[in-house]
Design a protein around this ligand. Structure first.
Ligand SMILES: CC(C)(COP(=O)(O)OP(=O)(O)OC[C@H]1O[C@@H](n2cnc3c(N)ncnc32)[C@H](O)[C@@H]1OP(=O)(O)O)[C@@H](O)C(=O)NCCC(=O)NCCS
Length: 169
């Protein structure tokens, strides 16, 4: 595919990539069809946006279409209302052997206000899979800043915790 009009395919490359290479931002407006009877956004709609944003970040990193395997620490901190503009941003915290952890933050912007209020945070784990549905190795994450290293160390600790829960649960 290299040099084709679709551009270079990343699929086979295991070159380390920075979290900045895959960082993903989406902006949505909460419309009546996204709301519950209280006039606030359905949790499921926001969760869908979170999953898409995180999946795009993971896909940009691994170069294939990954699958969601685990969602962790999903916390709705403040309500989001009809009319609010919602910014969803996802960034890789760590790339393991075949899986990647993505942190997603959702901020809410009220019409006429410039403030972005942190409304939802979540951590998602994706696995890079091949045509046969089997897990495939992902490129390492290039840890360039103190913040990158801190987020990766926290992700490493959570991975151990999840492995422990899977083996004991
Ligand atoms: C993702 C999937 C292929 C993993 O299969 P598996 O047999 O568990 O594969 P492995 O044991 O080789 O594990 C692969 C990776 O997934 C990770 N993993 C598996 N289950 C996990 C869980 N519950 N939480 C976090 N990570 C998990 C493993 O730690 C491993 O990561 P690593 O290689 O980076 O260390 C399989 O569980 C699957 O197809 N699940 C359905 C996914 C799906 O349909 N998602 C919704 C739609 S996108």
């Amino acid at each position: 595919m290299a040099g084709s009009r679709y551009g270079r395919r990343m699929t086979e490359s295991l070159e380390p990539l920075s979290p900045r290479d895959s960082e993903t931002q989406m902006t949505e407006q909460v419309l009546p069809q996204h709301a519950n009877v209280l006039g606030t956004a359905f949790g499921g709609t926001i969760m869908g946006w979170i999953d898409i944003c995180a999946a795009i970040a993971a896909q940009r990193h691994c170069g294939r279409v990954p699958v969601t395997v685990f969602v962790d620490n999903l916390h709705f901190k403040v309500p989001i209302r009809v009319g609010d503009v919602v910014c969803v941003s996802g960034r890789l915290t760590q790339a393991f052997r075949t899986s990647m952890e993505v942190c997603v933050r959702v901020t809410r912007e009220r019409p006429g206000c410039r403030d972005h209020v942190l409304s939802v945070e979540a951590l998602l784990v994706f696995v890079n899979v091949g045509e046969d549905g089997k897990a495939l190795v992902v490129p390492p994450l290039l840890l360039e800043t103190d913040e990158d290293r801190r987020l990766a160390a926290d992700a490493n600790a959570r991975k151990l915790e999840r492995q422990r829960a899977r083996t004991t649960g």
